[in-house]
Design a protein around this ligand. Structure first.
Ligand SMILES: [Cu+2]
Length: 236
């Protein structure tokens, strides 16, 4: 009896671990949903203005069109009306972990002002949120180290937004552009001058020694021909 009770207890515990639902957080072995909200209206909304279904894909393949970027979402901007309900389908096309985080939401409805979807590898998640009425631009990104810097950054605009965020691939200019400075020390300058000189001298050397080069080429060709004619008879 004791063993049966223990087994039942363990089964219950494992099911809690595989799918936890606590304080707006849903978690299993594939991913996590935090602060989803499909029915509570923000204080400044009297009704849902529109329901929008948005599919957002994340992965390395979506960064290929952006020079120097490694990760990206398939789109970089979305526009919705004030008080819109957004049903998000988040798809991770990579084998590695990615997040979809929306920041700047009202804290009384979304703890830490954040809506958060996360997939530990390839997969799909669905969750909803209701936007406030404020004309605002929200940051959408993946918060894993270096993923946003490497391109996983986008923006969600409500009522046209209140401006553009910087460094959104293909959309807005970066605050600090990537630069690749050359250390112009005396050594690098000397190496550059030497390379230019050698590059200029080679054609002259060839022109001045044209006869010698011709003879050398003839010798080489005849040696090769001899090698070809000797080769098959030796093998037979
Ligand atoms: Cu990521």
């Amino acid at each position: 009896m004791k063993t049966l009770m223990l087994t039942l207890l363990m089964l219950c515990a494992s099911s809690v671990v595989t799918a936890m639902d606590m304080d707006g957080m849903l978690m299993d072995d594939k991913g996590m949903i935090m602060n989803a909200n499909s029915d509570t209206l923000p204080r400044d909304c009297t009704a849902i203005s529109e329901t929008v279904d948005i599919t957002i894909r994340a992965g390395q393949q979506h960064a290929q069109k952006f020079t120097g970027k490694m990760f990206a979402f398939d789109q970089q901007e979305w526009n919705v009306k004030p008080c819109a309900k957004i049903n998000i389908t988040f798809i991770n096309d990579d084998q590695i972990r990615h997040q979809l985080m929306i920041h700047g939401l009202p804290g009384y409805l979304y703890p830490d002002g954040m809506f958060h979807l996360e997939l530990y590898g390839e997969g799909q998640l669905q969750a909803s949120l209701i936007m406030p009425s404020l004309k605002k631009t929200y940051l959408v990104h993946c918060e894993l180290p270096q993923h946003m810097e490497k391109g996983m950054k986008a923006q969600l605009k409500v009522d046209g937004g209140n401006g553009d965020l910087p460094s959104i691939p293909g959309l807005t200019a970066p605050v600090k552009a990537d630069i690749y400075p050359v250390d112009w020390s005396s050594l690098t300058t000397a190496i550059l001058i030497l390379c230019v000189l050698v590059g200029c001298l080679i054609p002259f050397i060839i022109i001045l020694n044209a006869k010698r080069f011709k003879e050398l080429m003839k010798k080489l060709l005849s040696t090769l021909k001899r090698g070809e004619s000797v080769g098959p008879s030796e093998s037979s």
